[in-house]
Design a protein around this ligand. Structure first.
Ligand code: GN1
Ligand code: MG
Length: 340
């Protein structure tokens, strides 16, 4: 592996210290200390096979925001010595460098209504500020990433090809997956009838993708913009519901601990609508309750399909981990469906 110490020179920075940063599973991330501090990242080219599309989408967003919302903090990559947003090493890995936003912190879980409100406001502001940009300039960095129809088809395909022992182990979850198929029909209706408007979405709205201001504890900016691309607001709002409302995350094996914290749900919705309330149409707002179910369902299907396929996508540390995740997410989905 090529060392970060070598790469950083390509960006014209002389570092005094480089150390691993954050809890991400996809890329390798480093904190670079020098006169100014930076974040250096080696992009996972197996997951993101078109890193140049990420760089291009981000640059388009950056330029638009600079012109129309100059005070908005957008983490734009800094060019390397040749003026490129990505530097490719000899092994073909793309690297990128960002300024480090000082006096901020991240959270791995939502502990209070205030945190839910502020994080959701932060993600809402990103979409709001990009509402006027020409969405056709952006390309998908991962094709049909949150397309529920496609994810259901992938689940069916995995089901067809699964080994008998995997089918046996996942019997209940397979039944659950089929029982929620009505959500696919609802999704197709919303898209097909043009109820939802194509907007530039973040597509990975976990709370640790918000940098909080250390003084004000409000959202300073949204980070991890690999999936900044065209989509629908239900993707961002729904993934916030999925990842904020339960006191335990998708890794929890004891599903009796999976809960819907109603006050967190209300707070995140308020935070999101404090920015997006005037942007979303009346019809879009009707699909707010659907959003959390849809995104929880899509993740449950992806995790279950990965288990049936023999765990080829998500990183696992024990064999049933994807099944545990799917069980957990179907429990959350059941709670969300009953709440409705
Ligand atoms: C993956 O690795 P992480 O947590 O950033 C996935 C998301 C899922 C998430 C589920 C590129 O994100 O879509 O919500 O796992 N990202 C990709 O934990 O597939
Ligand atoms: Mg991510």
């Amino acid at each position: 592996m090529i060392l970060s110490e070598e790469i950083i020179k390509e960006f014209g920075v002389s570092a005094t210290k480089i150390s691993p940063l954050g809890s991400g599973h996809i890329h390798q991330t480093f904190k670079v200390e020098s006169k100014k501090n930076f974040v250096l990242q080696r992009v996972n080219k197996n997951v993101f096979t078109h890193p140049k599309i990420i760089a291009s989408n981000n640059r388009i967003a950056y330029q638009y925001l600079k012109e129309h919302h100059p005070d908005y903090l957008f983490p734009q990559a800094l060019p390397d010595q040749n003026g490129n947003d990505l530097f490719y090493d000899e092994e073909g890995f793309p690297w990128r460098l960002y300024p480090l936003t000082e006096n901020t912190y991240t959270l791995d879980e939502v502990r209070s209504e205030k945190e839910a409100y502020e994080a959701a406001k932060g993600f809402g502001l990103l979409t709001k500020n990009l509402a006027g940009v020409d969405a056709s300039l952006f390309k998908p960095t991962l094709d049909r990433f949150h397309d529920l129809t496609r994810r259901y088809e992938q689940f069916e395909d995995a089901l067809q090809k699964a080994k008998p022992e995997a089918l046996r182990a996942a019997k209940k979850e397979i039944a659950a997956a089929k029982s929620f198929n009505y959500l696919v029909k609802e999704y197709n209706h919303l898209i097909g009838e043009g109820v939802l408007i194509t907007r530039i979405m973040h597509n990975d709205t976990k709370v640790n993708n918000i940098l909080f201001d250390a003084l004000t504890h409000t959202a300073a900016c949204a980070i991890d913009l690999d999936t900044l691309m065209p989509g629908y607001f239900i993707y961002d709002l729904g993934d916030m519901v999925r990842t904020f409302v339960s006191p335990v995350n998708e890794e929890e094996k004891d599903i009796s601990k999976v809960k819907v914290r109603e006050s967190i749900y209300v707070a995140l919705l308020e935070g999101y609508l404090s920015e997006m309330g005037d942007i979303l149409t009346k019809d879009e707002k009707k699909s707010i309750p659907f959003s959390g179910m849809m995104m929880t369902y899509i993740m449950a299907l992806r995790m279950l399909a990965d288990f049936l396929r023999g765990n080829t996508y998500y990183h696992i540390t024990y064999p049933e981990q994807n099944l545990v995740r799917a069980k957990n997410q179907f429990q959350l989905l059941t709670l969300l469906a009953n709440k409705k």
